[in-house]
Design a protein. Sequence first.
Length: 256
Amino acid sequence: MKHWARFRLPDRRVGFGLLRGESIVEYTGDLFGECRPTGGTVAMSECTLLAPCVPSKIIGLWNNFHALAAKIGKAEPAHPLYFIKPSTALAGPGDIIRRARNYAGKVVYEGELGIVIGRLCKEVTAEQASGYIFGYTCVNDVTAVDHLKETTDFEQWTRAKSYDTFGVLGPVIATDIDVSGLSVITRLDGVERQNYPVADMIFSPPQIVSRISQDMSLLAGDVIACGTSLGVGSMKQGALVEVTIAGIGSLRNVVG
């Protein structure tokens, strides 16, 4: 298993590399193409971790877990149901989740597993899809939930999901990892609020990648958030929210 991280140094230089204990082995080139070690290392104490990739889009699934579908009384979908967050929503580990000035409603966390695409992916089969998955990361799919049904004419999924800092990724991308036996755990101010198995997904990661690739091209670095399950809740200003997946790490952010 490898853990890829992006970082920023005090001189504002941005780099990437492999996590090794309390250091990052620095690489040069393209994380999703040709890259090689520079021979240097960066101490974790001397840098700031960033979102581990910069996706052209973050795709988020809805109603992709059997337990949640049963609770809300929704039929299991025949095709993944999804929305898209813009690249401007991106935030990383340690970044403050900021409430938009024009929104006074409820802001909720949604801890999720994120699929990171490794190369151009278009119209692939489920059997081929694993070859297009670079790795996995943690996602907090932050939502301004009161926007969703603000008007009876149109559910505003894009608006509710797309404020700056509402697409939180990290802390790393884990490669060569079997996620089928893992669980997603979300804690709010240290109290566990979500703990659900990845195995309860309606669509597995390869199925998700295959199905969505029939609809649109997926680019290297794009992230697909696999959807959330039971336990979604609101976050107040000053709260610490942590999304943890064994083998990937903990994504921690404070609500501003």
